[in-house]
Design a protein around this ligand. Structure first.
Ligand code: GLC
Ligand code: CA
Length: 540
């Protein structure tokens, strides 16, 4: 690998801005709230924050429906507040990554208002407009992700349909139009000029659709009760062959500046996502987001397989990345079980690649059941009862035992209810408890930061007893070696060390998920004795 860039070594922290810290008593998090909590992130050892969209928006999809890409929604603050956040973050050596939403705008964006005003409008072609199909209905069978109905909405006024992959309020932009490209690439430049360090690119792999608008194939495996938009296989609506053109457009724009990072949102296999690194001469994403830990089982054999796949497919100029949770999917502690929350983070922070922590996961926060009358997410409202709603993972951050957990003033009603456990599970309490998950994660980050093997060494997995994940990281120039041994079961496990290390007596324990009461290295029998759910790091 070439000289590491900051984002190779960084620990990224994902903030859902509505839910991090409210500074002005409206029950909704905001930029000044984030700025006021930077000290906490610095204490935790975070190097970069990624903030979900804060641009002006009618909030049909809570900010993923943008009406002005170059401003801040008053609900979140102002451009000055963003400048202040950038300045304060940079003072603390924390980079700031924003969300770029290229696939669609709000239907109230001035561009769309113009586009829908008449067929002859110069911006007509900025979006996808089509005549009805032969049967008078939508032009093809593409489905909206949020309700499984047609992705085409009828516009009475101009007698054509427009495409919306998500809500009707989110019409898709036509990136094949050079004017759209120019306008949207200028959005990146606007923020880069202000000092933003990079972008997470929303559903990047959906931006280029089949130029011939062919029907998607039916999905033979779909059954009622499944996500209704999965009735078709999205062959012509995502990851189409010319998506790499889009990737290169934005990469070339980022490369006009020094030290910026692009992270593409895509839900693909490791083999497929690896193609989004591009080539050494025509690079694309620095980090095509790897969602495999989110969408597959937290199970030792599976995770070993994922690591091996990454080692096989990541190109030489590429760099892996891992993430456990985000604002769209159930939280890790809920999916994997609370007993595995530390192990998940131990892996996240010691695997080869850039880790992204989702806000609140460092406290062991779980998905929160939302009472019917408090549901806010359009996905839940449009497809109720299928478990697709995202409110449960967007509840307010828990800072203290005070009412509203310090997220907002005690007498304010936050936009979503709090997790019930907040009186015990909050940063104030967990910071003081030396055996807490929060202190554990902070400790792993400290060890990682000091270790060449963990930040940029190579990685190999090893055979281990069923349910145990075992891998080593090695930094050849310094000879530093670290071993991670993670018990992803609720039973005690003996892990043989013969053949793995030259001298078992030379193993030194760096830390255990059990903190003060770590696993035993049995030098006589040359085994490690792991407790149920225990994960450890050793150096040798
Ligand atoms: C991405 C975002 C999600 C949003 C959707 C539409 O998947 O992560 O929150 O609703 O795109 O923009
Ligand atoms: Ca607020």
């Amino acid at each position: 690998m070439m000289m590491p860039e900051w984002w190779n070594e960084a620990v990224i922290y994902h903030i859902y801005p509505r839910s991090f810290q409210d500074s002005n008593r409206d029950g909704i998090g905001d930029l000044n709230g984030i700025t006021s909590r930077l000290g906490y992130l610095q204490w935790l050892g975070i190097d970069a924050v990624w903030i979900s969209p804060v641009y002006p928006s009618p909030m049909a999809d809570f900010g993923y429906d943008v009406t002005d890409h170059c401003d801040i929604d008053p609900m979140f603050g102002s451009l000055e507040d963003m400048d202040h956040l950038l300045e304060e973050a940079h003072k603390r050596r924390i980079k700031v990554i924003l969300d770029f939403v290229p696939n669609h705008t709000s239907n109230r964006h001035p561009w769309f208002l113009e586009s829908r005003s008449g067929r002859k409008n110069p911006k007509r072609d900025w979006y996808y407009w089509k005549d009805p199909g032969p049967d008078g209905g939508p032009p093809n069978n593409w489905l909206s992700r949020f309700d499984g109905n047609s992705a085409w909405a009828w516009d009475e006024n101009t007698g054509q349909y427009y495409l919306h992959t998500f809500l009707e309020e989110q019409p898709d932009l036509n990136w094949r139009n050079p004017e759209v490209r120019e306008a949207m690439l200028n959005v990146l430049r606007f923020w880069f000029d202000r000092g933003v360090d990079g972008f997470r690119v929303d559903v990047s792999y959906r931006v280029m659709k089949d130029p011939d608008f062919r029907d998607n194939p039916q999905n033979p495996n779909w059954t009622p009760g499944m996500d209704p938009s999965f009735r078709v296989i999205e062959k012509h609506t995502k990851n189409t062959p010319d998506i790499h053109r889009f990737n290169r457009w934005i990469r070339q724009t980022a490369d006009e500046y020094d030290n910026r990072v692009l992270i593409g949102e895509m839900n693909l296999s490791i083999e497929e996502l690896s193609k989004h690194y591009g080539t050494a001469t025509q690079p694309e994403f620095h980090l095509p987001f790897n969602f495999r830990l989110i969408f597959s089982e937290w199970d030792a054999a599976n995770v070993k397989n994922l690591v091996d796949q990454f080692e096989e497919h990541v190109p030489n100029h590429g760099w892996p990345n891992w993430v456990l949770s985000n604002h769209d999917q159930p939280r890790f502690a809920t999916r994997a079980g609370a007993g595995q929350a530390r192990n998940g983070h131990l892996f996240l922070l010691t695997a080869r690649g850039t880790p992204t922590i989702y806000y609140g996961d460092e406290l062991g926060m779980e998905s929160v059941e939302i009472p019917h009358n408090r549901v806010r997410d359009p996905w839940e409202l449009l497809s109720p009862g299928l478990g697709l709603g995202r409110d449960p993972v967007r509840t307010p951050m828990q800072w203290s035992r005070k009412p509203n957990a310090g997220f907002s003033d005690p007498d304010v009603t936050p936009w979503l209810p709090l997790e019930k456990e907040y009186e015990k599970r909050n940063t104030e309490i967990l910071k003081k408890d030396s055996s807490s998950i929060l202190r554990f994660i902070k400790r792993v980050i400290e060890i990682r930061r000091r270790s060449d093997a963990l930040t940029h060494g190579g990685c190999s997995t090893h055979e281990a007893p069923d349910g145990v994940l075992l891998y080593t990281r090695e930094h050849k120039p310094s000879g530093e070696r670290v071993m991670a041994c993670i018990n992803i079961t609720g039973e005690k496990k003996n892990v043989p060390l013969k053949g793995l290390v030259d001298e078992v007596s030379e193993l030194t324990l760096l830390l255990s998920t059990e903190m003060d009461d770590p696993a035993a290295v049995d030098t006589e029998r040359e085994i490690l004795v792991l407790r149920a759910n225990e994960g450890i790091l050793l150096t040798f």
